[in-house]
Ligand binder design. Structure first.
Ligand SMILES: Nc1ncnc2c1ncn2[C@@H]1O[C@H](COP(=O)(O)OP(=O)(O)O)[C@@H](O)[C@H]1O
Ligand SMILES: Nc1ccn([C@@H]2O[C@H](COP(=O)(O)O)[C@@H](O)[C@H]2O)c(=O)n1
Length: 203
């Protein structure tokens, strides 16, 4: 079985997961997905307060070697036990998740195109492009409702690390994309083109 690797990058809150979900729904049973976020480094040695101050928007925050190794396993047709990240504690959880290989491997994350070894394994590179004001509004809502954060902590993190790292690493990585998609999973024209391209691979 040959594997088509589709990368979905873009800033925080841009709509990456929405696009990823739209692709999974269109190809039931034919996709496996891995999220770069699940490969954030473990920090058991730090307290919650110390972990909450770390920079989570730089390539060094991730265990990229493990992600590359597991991507290669999936591409070779073998299952993996993927780490599972828990944003509410700023740490990797004790669980792992079994992921089986599939004809289409979707890889999602803000920094996947900023890491050459990950980028080199991706066949179709998609960058979801959304204005920064829209993204921060979405992020505030999500981080407070789903990730147990306060408004003040979201604001502080955004200004100290998220925004500068976006400008340093995420935005420049757009240049490595094959396709730049405004509106992500809601862009029906782009979605249709992608579906045709993936259909061709699966035929
Ligand atoms: N094109 C869009 N128009 C309006 N809302 C969107 C669009 N794409 C995503 N969203 C919403 O924005 C929020 C963040 O989207 P998500 O896909 O989780 O972003 P990311 O994975 O890039 O952080 C979600 O609530 C999602 O429903
Ligand atoms: N403990 C953590 C780990 C990561 N983040 C933030 O997640 C963002 C990436 O996820 P998206 O779904 O928004 O793409 C990234 O910008 C990190 O700042 C966090 O807040 N806490």
């Amino acid at each position: 079985m040959s594997t088509l690797v589709v990368g979905v990058a873009g800033g925080t809150g841009s709509g990456k997961t929405t696009l990823t979900r739209a692709l999974i729904e269109r190809f039931p049973g034919k996709t496996s997905v891995i999220f770069h976020d699940n490969y954030y480094k473990r920090h058991d040695e730090l307290t919650y307060a110390e972990r909450s101050k770390l920079n989570y928007d730089s390539p060094e925050a991730f265990d990229n070697a493990l992600m590359v190794e597991q991507m290669k396993h999936l591409i070779a047709g073998n299952p993996i036990d993927c780490p599972v990240y828990d944003y509410t504690i700023h740490n990797r959880s004790e669980e792992t998740q079994r992921i089986d290989p599939a004809p289409v491997l979707i890889v999602e994350g803000i920094l996947i195109f900023a890491e050459p070894e990950i980028c080199d394994l991706i066949d179709i590179k998609l960058y979801v492009d959304t204005d920064a004001d829209v993204r921060i509004l979405r992020r505030i809502k999500r981080d407070v409702v789903e990730r147990g954060r306060t408004l003040e902590s979201v604001e502080k993190q955004y200004l100290t690390t998220v925004k500068p790292m976006h400008e340093l690493y995420v935005e420049p990585s757009k240049g490595r994309a094959d396709l730049i998609i405004p509106e992500g999973g809601h862009n029906l024209v782009a979605l249709d083109m992608l579906i045709h391209r993936i259909d061709r691979q699966l035929a």
